[in-house]
Design a binder for this molecule. Structure first.
Ligand code: AMP
Length: 223
């Protein structure tokens, strides 16, 4: 299965992608994580990506597409992939379709997680993460015991630059534009499934699983 998880920032794509990938034996690929890791390692790719990331802009297509295609060509992607944060442009979607098509594969389903914008604002501006162990907290729903200190490893928590309130609204606006364009692109292919992304993470997972079950037979029927 090749699955894309679509949704605005804060919709919970990362969390759900990890759970679903694990359950279905898929490789979870987050291009945002790949760029952040490259930036932390100080590679050429990371330095290039960082320029755009720190401005809240998309990394250029040619860089992003090359990185993603190289990743999905590796053996550990053969059993299936769960894409989170890619594609973000129609050019990326087309390049992905072409690359999968060349090896007789295709995107089976695109799960579009829907969350009202007011809730996204609340979620995005309260998120803090641990730079050391990766634990994620939220000021309202999952605060650490000591303010801004990681419960697990004691490191000082960090707020991602693009989670700060002043940048969140602009980020939602630009993201909405391309997310809707991609939803239309996959909608035309009959692959889009809209899923309610509100409520407890476990309930959202169950809804996503339901959409996956519904999609599997239809997508296979096309081949
Ligand atoms: P994310 O963690 O998915 O929000 O990604 C963080 C940043 O990485 C984004 O704001 C972009 O600058 C960059 N990025 C991640 N995925 C892509 C993509 N598919 N196309 C272009 N830029 C991306």
């Amino acid at each position: 299965m090749q699955i894309i998880l679509l949704g605005l920032p804060g919709a919970g794509k990362g969390t759900q992608a990890k759970v679903l990938a694990e359950r279905h034996g898929l490789l979870h690929i987050s291009t945002g994580d790949m760029f952040r890791q490259a930036a932390a390692e100080g590679t050429d790719l990371g330095r290039r990506a960082q320029e755009f990331m720190s401005r809240g802009e998309l990394v250029p297509d040619e860089v992003t597409i090359a990185m993603l295609l190289e990743r999905i060509a590796r053996p550990d992607a053969a059993a299936g992939i769960m894409l989170d944060g890619f594609p973000r442009t129609i050019r990326q979607a087309e390049a992905l379709d072409r690359a999968l098509g060349e090896r007789g594969a295709q995107i089976d389903v695109v799960l579009y997680m829907q969350v009202p914008e007011a809730l996204l604002m609340q979620r995005l501006t309260g998120r803090w993460s641990c730079p050391s162990c990766g634990a994620i907290y939220h000021e309202l729903t999952n605060p650490p015991k000591r303010s801004r200190v990681c419960d697990r490893c004691g490191a000082a928590l960090m707020q991602r630059e693009d989670d700060r309130p002043e940048t969140v609204q602009a980020r939602l606006d630009t993201n909405r534009a391309w997310t809707e364009a991609l939803a239309a692109y996959y909608g035309k292919q009959g692959k889009l499934r809209e899923v309610d992304g509100t409520g407890e993470p476990g309930k959202v997972t169950a809804r996503l699983e339901g959409a996956l079950r519904g999609a599997g037979s239809g997508a296979r029927g096309v081949r």
